[in-house]
Design a protein around this ligand. Sequence first.
Ligand SMILES: [Fe+2]
Ligand SMILES: [Fe+2]
Length: 132
Amino acid sequence: MGWLAWKDEYSVGVPGVDHEHRQLIELINQAITRFSDSDSDDAVGEMLEEIHAQVAAHFALEERYMQQQAYPRYAGHKDDHERLLEDIHDIMEDYETRQFYDQAAFAKRLHHWFGRHFSTWDSWWHEQEQSS
Ligand SMILES: [Fe+2]
Ligand SMILES: [Fe+2]
């Protein structure tokens, strides 16, 4: 499976945000490579928590910038962030209750979401910043 890789077209033109996007991609790729389906110790739970925390902190940063700019598509962008956080939360709960971690499904879900979000919500935001 190909991991999500940084592409220049993902750049939103805000250095702090781009930097965090690169870090998130790296964190997720590392986490996914490190744990396989057979791992059923606390480390998987900790990895999921760490990813959730870093993703949540990143979204909070973007949302702060968008609010400061009174960005008109703020609400839709924030909704999309919340969908992913809920997804990760569901995966964490699944892991806690069933001690089951499906590496391929997790990787696919996250990579799909980030690839789509970068090229839609984050890039729409970038385009309007460039034109303003
Ligand atoms: Fe982002
Ligand atoms: Fe975003």
